[in-house]
Structure formats: C-alpha cells, structure tokens
Design a protein around this ligand. Sequence first.
Ligand code: BG6
Ligand code: MG
Length: 226
Amino acid sequence: MSFHAAIFDLDGVIADTARLHLQAWRQLAKELQLPWNDAMEEGLKGLERMASLEVILGHRSPDFTDGEKVALASRKNDCYRALIETLSPADLLPGAGELLHWLRSRHIPIGLASASKNAPAVLNALEIADCFTYIADPSAAAPKPAPDIFLAAATGLAAEPAVCLAFEDAAAGVDAIQAAGMTAVGVGDRNALQNADHLLNSLVEFEPERFFSAHNTPSPISASIA
Ligand code: BG6
Ligand code: MG
C-alpha cells in the first residue's frame, strides 16, 4: 500500500511532551492533595484537557464547581506552558525530525492531529512548524477516540482517509485513526497500542520507503490554527 499523506499526533510521537503534561498534572494533584496513581498515566495520554482533569479529580470531582474546574485546568496549563518554554529541537523524539524532513523533501503532505491547544507553541519551540502542510484545530473537533481531528487533518490535506498513514502514542488516538478509516502506526507502549496496524518502539524504526512514494507536485502550506 502506498500512502499519499502522513498525519501525526504531537505529544509523545514527535516530542517528549507527554511527560511534561504528566508533570504538570502531577503538580496539580499534589497541590490539591489528590492521590496520584502511576497506572493513571497511560490512560491520560491523548486525553483532552478537561477530560484529563476529571481523571485527576476522580471521586473528588463533585467537590468542585464548573468554574473551579476551569480555574484548575488553567492552573495546570500555566505550569505546562512554563515547562514547554524550555523546549528546543533537541527535544524532538528520535527519528521524528528525520522522518518529517524525508516526507517534506518528497512533497508528501503532512498533517497534525493533536488534541493540544498548545501545539502551535510546541511546534515553534521545536522549530518544525514549517514542516506541516495543515494543522487541525482541536477546539473544533470532538476529542479522541472520536475520529474528528484526524478527518479534519485529512480534509485540510485534501487526502482521502484511506490513503492517510497516521502516527499515535495513545490507545485513544489509535482508535480515533481507525475510526477515521486510516491506517494506524502505534509508537511506544506495545501493550497499550496492540490494536495499531503497525507497531514501532520509536520512529527510528519506521521505513518510509515501504509506505510512501514521492509526490510530483509541492504541497501547499496552509496551517489552520492562529
Ligand atoms: C494531548 C496530550 O496531545 O493533548 C494530553 O496527550 C493533553 O495529555 C491534550 O491533555 C490536551 O492538551 P492541552 O495542551 O490543550 O491541554
Ligand atoms: Mg500523544
């Protein structure tokens, strides 16, 4: 099968930012004296901000009003924003920069399907924003495992879902890719990602020549998020 477009999750696939999200949530849990369970960590991957907060609050959730929850999520986000200020190209995960440049040099359209509203800031800090043909807007899409964000990315790339190869580190993301009718490459934890069509320990193992053939015409650059 030759794919025409590549779509990436960001946190935990392109950059080691999944651990920064967890660090910020762990900090909030500590401040609120909530129990932190390491087993929660895999389940938090890929979860949208307010859904993550509900997991952290657990049975204490009813103790907080909606307004207080928004303030807590914003507190976590301030902590996360401070953490990503330290990011640089050195924080690209192994193989990520090489793969993006391989695809770019062959004019294969590249989309981003991240749940994170901080994705544009992270891409800028990693100095890879220019690699992306289209960045899907997470605030306009139902959260993973719904297929919406991957379908939005495919639409932005003008590619049919069946010819999109998509990369994820979270089980909810693999489910979203497959619900979108795309082929899923799971990167990371083999137990969590066993439903993926292809499994990799890291992007270093990915052999792009087996999946893509070069496009003849350059793809337009049109990032969607401001
Ligand atoms: C996902 C992360 O990419 O984005 C989650 O895997 C995070 O951990 C989610 O909660 C939302 O991110 P943000 O930056 O909008 O809070
Ligand atoms: Mg991820």
